[in-house]
Design a protein. Structure first.
Length: 144
């Protein structure tokens, strides 16, 4: 999703879906152990910006490393559940005031600790979209 390359249909679809939900999960490895942490996201200039709690130090493991960020609507009751995943290199950032505002209100506590916001940018290199369609008749309507 670099500025030089036009986005594929799947990349545009993934970004559009991501804007429908406010939270997702950041996956990284800390000392060879896979870790998944909740994060708030916004999309800005083709990048995924994340706000997460700095207390556990996940951001330190992510900085400069390849990470995955995923979100879904599985608990929304939508007719077609979906999941998106962005994989790319994470970098710690100091967002602009406008970007901070776009994240919305911050939680007061995370796991009983005062929330310490840290911000990261992921420049997606790989994007995956999965949809779960439970309606067989949709596929037959378009046949033939």
């Amino acid at each position: 999703m670099s500025p030089e390359d036009p986005c594929s249909h799947e990349e545009r679809r993934a970004v559009e879906l991501l804007t429908r939900v406010p939270y997702g999960r950041l996956a990284t490895s800390m000392r060879a152990i896979l870790t998944v942490a909740p994060a708030r996201h916004v999309v800005s200039d083709g990048c995924v910006l994340l706000r997460l709690h700095g207390g556990p130090g996940y951001h330190q493991a992510c900085a400069g490393s390849v990470v995955a960020y995923g979100a879904d609507n599985f608990n929304s009751g939508a007719a077609v559940p979906w999941s998106v995943q962005f994989t790319g290199t994470a970098e710690l950032i100091q967002p602009t005031d406008a970007q901070i505002e776009s994240f919305g209100p911050t939680p007061h506590h995370v796991d009983g600790e005062p929330f310490e916001p840290v911000y990261m940018r992921i420049r997606p290199q790989f994007v995956t979209v999965h949809t779960l369609d439970y309606f067989e008749e949709r596929h037959h309507r378009h046949a033939g």
